[in-house]
Each structure stands twice: as structure tokens, then as C-alpha cells.
Design a protein around this ligand. Structure first.
Ligand SMILES: Cc1cc2nc3c(=O)[nH]c(=O)nc-3n(C[C@H](O)[C@H](O)[C@H](O)COP(=O)(O)O)c2cc1C
Length: 195
């Protein structure tokens, strides 16, 4: 597996797509300044999840925007296994977002036929939109998959049948990454099925 570092200048090459530039600028931020996220930016993040696409436009999700520090700390400790200290960095974030999937009977039935968890896909798509808007607004984000689903759901008091799909920290980055994470070469990722 070969890897490529992101370009020094994210605007380099290509057609000059602004969205692509933002996609390249995003990185996993694991240390934040204590400043809260401005209300206007918070409103944009909420609009970002709102306008994401979802299968059949069912929008089978809700998003908890958590700024309550003790609650963020409690969630950071709900790890699946091992020491809770692995997630301690989460407590530096002024905002934690929990994407909650709200699978309905409709999708439970459909899942048996088509073998796809649309509520998870839909919630993840919405969170990815949010992470890109956050990046554009100068905010850092980090996905968190390392959490105990049921414990976290209990802490948040989610409804029967709902599940915590993914968590994401948001805040102003303490610093920019020195070394960006590399990516596979295009040849390893993309299969061009031309005639
Ligand atoms: C679904 C998902 C779950 C992740 N879970 C965690 C996590 O629990 N803790 C963490 O520190 N980073 C987590 N990450 C961040 C990845 O480690 C990171 O995106 C990857 O190493 C690439 O680095 P980059 O985001 O800086 O480009 C997760 C990313 C994704 C997409």
C-alpha cells in the first residue's frame, strides 16, 4: 500500500473546486481552545445536517449539540473497553455532537430485504456535511467511533429504539497539524471502468 501526503498548497492543481479545497483542509483535531463556538457558526452547523440527503428523505436522525462540560466529560468516559483516558482529549472540545439514528419500522423491514442500514448511512452523511462546513468556518472536528453505544445512549437519555451512530468533537483548533495523514494513491482507490 503506497501513500501520498496531501499537497502543500491545497489549491494546487485540479479545477479549483472550493469544496475540494475544504475537504483537503479538514484534519482530525484532538486539542481545542476553550473558546465556545459562536452562535452564528453553531447555527450553520445545524443547517448543514438539516440539508443533507437521506434515503427517501426520511431524515431518520436527531443530533444532540452538547456544550455542557460535565456531560461531555461523562460521555468521554463511556469507552467500550480499556482505560477511559484514551478519550480524555475529548474534554478539551467546547462542543460535542452526537448523531442519533432513529430507525423506523419501515427501515427495519426494508433492511431485511436490502441489507442496508440507512439510518446509519444517513446520519453519517449529515455529520460529514457538518464537518466540512465546520472546516470552512475555521473550526476543527474529529470523528469519534470509540465509544460505548448503549452507555452513551443511556447518558444522553435517548428514546427507545434509537441508537448513537457516531460522535464528533468541534471547536477552535489549538494548533494546525504538523504532519497531515497521508492517503492511498488514486490508482489503489479508483477503478476506471472504461470501454
Ligand atoms: C468513523 C470514524 C471513527 C473515528 N473514530 C475515532 C476515535 O474514536 N478517536 C480518534 O481519535 N479518532 C477517530 N477517527 C479519526 C481517524 O483516526 C482519522 O480520520 C484518520 O486517521 C485520518 O486522519 P485525518 O482525519 O487527520 O485525515 C475516526 C474517524 C472516522 C471516520
Amino acid at each position: 500500500m503506497s501513500h501520498a501526503a496531501p499537497p502543500e498548497n491545497p489549491k494546487e492543481g485540479g479545477s479549483g473546486s472550493l469544496v475540494l479545497e475544504i475537504i483537503r483542509r479538514r484534519f482530525s483535531c484532538r486539542r481545542y481552545l476553550s473558546d465556545p463556538v459562536d452562535e452564528e457558526k453553531m447555527a450553520d452547523l445545524k443547517e448543514a445536517v438539516r440539508w443533507a440527503p437521506s434515503a427517501c428523505n426520511r431524515q431518520p436522525y436527531r443530533f444532540h449539540f452538547i456544550t455542557d462540560r460535565p456531560l461531555i466529560t461523562e460521555i468521554s468516559r463511556a469507552v467500550p473497553t480499556g482505560p477511559a483516558s484514551v478519550n480524555e482529549w475529548i474534554t478539551s472540545a467546547p462542543l460535542l455532537i452526537a448523531a442519533i439514528g432513529t430507525p423506523e419500522v419501515f427501515w427495519h423491514r426494508a433492511t431485511q430485504v436490502i441489507d442496508k442500514d440507512y439510518h446509519r448511512m444517513d446520519a453519517t452523511i449529515a455529520m460529514d456535511h457538518l464537518s466540512l462546513v465546520a472546516t470552512e468556518l475555521g473550526l476543527g472536528t474529529c470523528w469519534i467511533g470509540w465509544f460505548h453505544r448503549r452507555k452513551t445512549g443511556r447518558i444522553l437519555g435517548i428514546r427507545q429504539g434509537e441508537e448513537v451512530v457516531i460522535l464528533m468533537t468541534v471547536g477552535y483548533p489549538e494548533k494546525k497539524p504538523v504532519n497531515r495523514k497521508p492517503r492511498k494513491e488514486l490508482e489503489e482507490l479508483v477503478v476506471n471502468r472504461n470501454f
